[in-house]
Design a protein around this ligand. Sequence first.
Ligand SMILES: NC(=O)c1ccc[n+]([C@@H]2O[C@H](COP(=O)([O-])OP(=O)(O)OC[C@H]3O[C@@H](n4cnc5c(N)ncnc54)[C@H](O)[C@@H]3O)[C@@H](O)[C@H]2O)c1
Ligand SMILES: O=C(O)C[C@H](O)C(=O)O
Length: 320
Amino acid sequence: MARNKIALIGSGMIGGTLAHLAGLKELGDIVLFDIADGIPQGKGLDIAQSSPVEGFNANLTGASDYSAIEGADVCIVTAGVARKPGMSRDDLLGINLKVMEQVGAGIKKYAPNAFVICITNPLDAMVWALQKFSGLPKNMVVGMAGVLDSARFRLFLSQEFNVSVQDVTAFVLGGHGDTMVPLARYSTIGGIPLTDLVKMGWVTKERLEEIIQRTRDGGAEIVGLLKTGSAYYAPAASAIEMAESFLKDKKRVLPCAAHLTGQYGVKDMYVGVPTIIGAGGVERIIEVEFNKAEQEAFEKSVASVAGLCEACVAIAPSLK
Ligand SMILES: NC(=O)c1ccc[n+]([C@@H]2O[C@H](COP(=O)([O-])OP(=O)(O)OC[C@H]3O[C@@H](n4cnc5c(N)ncnc54)[C@H](O)[C@@H]3O)[C@@H](O)[C@H]2O)c1
Ligand SMILES: O=C(O)C[C@H](O)C(=O)O
């Protein structure tokens, strides 16, 4: 059986890490693409030279021409710019929207059957625009954010409770911005909801709120430390988890920015919700029940994403 083909559009910090992880996991042959000629070729060769040491089989190539992504099964998009200290993700909208237009055209022409995972920020608006620019089916275009935000929440909870990260589950829904919605009621330690753990006296409500706020600020915390860009190891691992679920038809339940057609009362927008990802792309959107506070927080987050989509339309009226 021929190997899968994975196209990485953008070969910067996340793109290079994606290539390394995809190689180590033997997910398929890997094409790194970037407009900065030499970077994708150099990273591809470097990672390929690690394969005899690590013992994985994958062809890694680099390119600056979209024809190289022809027939890709998965495209992971990180092309664009990352924020620096003092910036919000939303400040990237104008420049990254133009990048999405080019990337969308490239995918439409050369990889129209791919499962596309967008990572570029501001995530929910960029994946929305990328789907429209590419014209690919909506269930085959998805945004990565919820897996990352939930992983951050899981790590902070495991540290607080001194338990294995493997025994912590978490759902962070809504837009990937300051209004994201970490859901305590749907996040658990060994299957016990955090709200029950508060009642059991394992953690105070106030301490839990601090952990939730640290999760919301998780991206900014790393930007503040790195100073030259944003997180890349955990974002790459998160997108690889999604790609693997598609390629191996694992049907993982993962929070992703998915196209909504009325679920959660939202139409024609991408927002973070629990999804099932398998060979059919986003195969199902899970609608959990919200209480009043959760509903209000989700609506606030959706309103913020809607504002960003409107800003995109103001720049690129064809998106309407
Ligand atoms: N969704 C998330 O959870 C999440 C997490 C981390 C980072 N991000 C976002 O991912 C993006 C990439 O982050 P990074 O750290 O890899 O940045 P980076 O600057 O290291 O890499 C971006 C790459 O995109 C390339 N590029 C720019 N314009 C291009 C174009 N028109 N076509 C093709 N390639 C182009 C650049 O040459 C660069 O190599 C940023 O927008 C960042 O904010 C999102
Ligand atoms: O914070 C950023 O700008 C990058 C990314 O969205 C993240 O959450 O790490």
